[in-house]
Unconditional design. Structure first.
Length: 237
């Protein structure tokens, strides 16, 4: 089936996506011909779903697959993972992308499906397909925030309004920039360390003065030099 025949059954938007996908694949896989891509494109539409967007989204997996990663194997893996993300069981998704094994026994089919589920290309696509928990439930967070705003304005209890206001403010506050604080802390640690060393020397010289092993003027000179060094570091920091 040619590209023009495939596109004849697509909407204008779908055709544009397919054309874009063809260009991306050609840039990604230098050894692939346009004919190779055309022969595989029909796999992306099964009558109910169109997987062009998914094929574009996971394109890095195809790029990293090297010369052994074929377009058809990539499209099949994309569809398999997409079916899993829709809620299909592993064996169901495997049958949808491999209808030729429908006559296999349940045991054999289960083994083949699980083996395919653990294949390298499928595994790499699943890594990209996994959505963080906070993102997949973001709509719930949004609903909760709306409830807090409602309570902030309309709750009869002043305490409830105050708590709701605090919750809204905490959620919507601007992210803090921690880099500056870290830099300051590092400089402060260096200054503190130098100060501790000077105090230690001071105690040591005082002990020598008391024991008579060093003259007071000499000890004061040593201590002053150390203090000047600390002040110089602080001023330049």
């Amino acid at each position: 089936m040619t590209l023009s025949e495939v596109e004849g059954r697509l909407t204008k938007e779908e055709q544009e996506k397919r054309e874009h996908l063809v260009k991306v694949i050609k840039r990604t896989k230098k050894n692939v011909t346009y004919k190779d891509i055309e022969n595989a494109l029909d796999m992306l539409k099964d009558g109910r779903f169109d997987f062009t967007d998914d094929a574009l989204h996971y394109i890095q997996v195809l790029k990293d697959s090297g010369r052994n990663g074929t377009i058809k194997n990539y499209f099949k893996a994309v569809k398999f993972v997409s079916y899993l993300m829709m809620g299909y069981k592993i064996t169901e998704a495997y049958l949808l992308v491999n209808p030729n094994v429908a006559d296999s026994t349940d045991k054999v089919l289960d083994v083949m499906a699980r083996r395919y589920n653990n294949s390298k290309m499928v595994t790499e696509i699943k890594k990209l397909a996994i959505v963080p928990m906070w993102l997949s439930h973001y709509h719930i967070v949004d609903d909760a925030l709306k409830v807090q705003v409602e309570l902030m304005h309309n709750a009869k209890s002043e305490m409830v309004r105050q708590k709701a206001s605090e919750t809204v403010l905490n959620y919507l506050k601007r992210p803090e920039d921690n880099k500056l604080e870290i830099d300051v802390t590092v400089k402060q640690d260096e200054y503190t360390k130098s100060l501790e060393e000077a105090i230690y020397k001071l105690a040591k010289e005082q002990k020598k003065i008391l024991s008579g092993s060093v003259e007071p003027d000499k000890a004061e000179e040593i201590i002053n030099v150390d203090i000047l060094k600390i002040e110089d570091k602080e001023g330049n920091g």
